[in-house]
Design a protein around this ligand. Structure first.
Ligand SMILES: [Zn+2]
Length: 166
């Protein structure tokens, strides 16, 4: 778990994987891997589907799932399930030195990645007996600043309303 950050050309790595496994490099697979490589942080399948549609291309959900599964098998994308039951994906290029600390908003679902966090660094240096860790992913659940602001103004509005009827 070093700190060096190598960027893999996802497109060519995926081409090689497909070739080695006797799979065809279809137009759809190319479109998907191109869209994935544009992310600089984690993504979910809805946002991936949307980014492809925004380019005026249509890929079926089945093809999307299938290709993401292949990318996971090729170890070019990693999937994580957060406690909200949602899956989030990271291409290997967006895993900061393998370890991540996520701040997850319980209200809007926004996920913020904290890099170079001291806790993550410390965990990265820990030994886990005979277990060989590959990477560490921690999640902190709470309320983001925007949702906290909204909640405060909503409760203020409610109080004002109640005062009107006094
Ligand atoms: Zn929020």
């Amino acid at each position: 778990m070093g700190d060096s950050k190598n960027t893999t050309n996802l497109g060519s790595a995926f081409s090689a994987y497909l070739k080695n496994n006797g799979l065809r490099e279809t137009f759809e697979r190319r479109v998907i891997v191109d869209a994935v490589s544009e992310y600089t942080t984690h993504f979910d399948l809805d946002s991936l589907a949307k980014s492809i549609e925004d380019k005026g291309k249509h890929i079926s959900r089945a093809t999307l799932y299938n290709t993401i599964s292949l990318l996971i098998k090729a170890d070019l994308v990693r999937r994580q399930q957060f406690a909200d039951g949602q899956y989030h994906y990271n291409s290997i290029n967006t895993l900061p030195s393998g370890n991540q600390l996520h701040l997850i908003c319980n209200v809007c679902g926004k996920v913020t990645d904290l890099r170079n966090n001291s806790v993550i660094k410390e965990l990265g240096n820990m030994k886990f007996g005979t277990f060989s860790p590959e990477y560490i992913s921690l999640s902190v659940y709470g309320t983001c600043a925007r949702c906290a602001r909204r909640q405060r103004s909503a409760s203020r509005a409610k109080t004002n309303q109640l005062n009107l009827f006094k």
